[in-house]
Design a protein around this ligand. Structure first.
Ligand SMILES: NC(=O)c1ccc[n+]([C@@H]2O[C@H](COP(=O)([O-])OP(=O)(O)OC[C@H]3O[C@@H](n4cnc5c(N)ncnc54)[C@H](OP(=O)(O)O)[C@@H]3O)[C@@H](O)[C@H]2O)c1
Length: 220
């Protein structure tokens, strides 16, 4: 399977490239800075920005799936003033996916955006999802209004808070509309998310689903 990975220089995207190569996929890393991605067999590094529609379309041509692990680079400015990065780029990414007839799209989102925040416990809901990441999360929530218009078979994954470390042993993927409550402040590793995103890339059974990714036992 040929997979284009966006955000391949980021905490999760870098691991998604490793994971996809280890699974035997053909990988295209579409990045702003190709020097930041070490060359390996099975990997093609293509220079480009998600702000360049024509370049994205040509990078996506012939792909079986696109995985997005993009995020606005976080600075004091983006936290305080907000960003329009996701709402500007996600519709363009979706348009490029459809223009290139890519059949599958897997989006890394965040648990805590929009109405998913209401499923969290009080502390993360107020401190993290509203005060700290509120403006970034608003941007993502607005951006995702473009998802239903995507003609590809898409799945959005909503991971809880992430940290470095080995893949976790116990985690669940659950459709958000079946989740009543996510307890405490659950944490998973970036490596777990990378594994899940790559596993979902060829899996067409989760079409148009929005899935919580959380430690086993942390939600009901
Ligand atoms: N960290 C968490 O706890 C957590 C939890 C749940 C969900 N998430 C979400 O998951 C996503 C990925 O998170 P992460 O921490 O793995 O990301 P990250 O380390 O912040 O990396 C962001 C990636 O996006 C790329 N990017 C930013 N602006 C770009 C542009 N204009 N054109 C092309 N690429 C661009 C960056 O490329 P450059 O190297 O070129 O800047 C980088 O590869 C984010 O949307 C984040 O909100 C994070």
């Amino acid at each position: 399977v040929r997979i284009v990975i966006l955000g391949a220089t980021g905490a999760t995207g870098r691991l998604a490239v490793d994971e996809a190569l280890a699974a035997g996929h053909e990988v295209v890393a579409y990045v702003r800075n190709p020097n930041a991605v070490p060359a390996r067999a099975g990997l093609r590094v293509v220079a480009g920005s998600v702000e360049d529609d024509a370049s994205m379309r040509s990078a996506f041509a012939g792909a079986d799936a696109v995985i997005s692990c993009l995020g606005a680079r976080i600075t004091a400015g983006t936290l305080l003033k907000g960003t329009d990065f996701q709402r500007r780029t996600l519709p363009a990414i979706i348009a490029a996916i459809d223009a290139a007839s890519v059949p599958r799209f897997v989006l890394m989102s965040s648990f805590g955006i929009g109405t998913t925040r209401l499923l969290g416990s009080a502390l993360p809901r107020i401190l993290y999802h509203r005060i700290i990441a509120g403006r970034l999360f608003d941007d993502k929530w607005i951006a995702e209004r473009a998802l239903p218009g995507c003609r590809a078979n898409w799945t959005a994954v909503y991971p809880v808070t992430l940290q470095a470390g080995a893949p976790d042993v116990g985690w669940d993927l659950a459709p958000l509309d079946t989740v009543e409550k996510v307890e405490g402040i659950p944490v998973l590793s970036f490596a777990t998310v990378a594994k899940v995103l790559v596993g979902l890339a060829p899996d067409r059974s989760r079409e148009r689903q929005r899935l919580l990714l959380a430690p086993k036992g942390s939600w009901r």
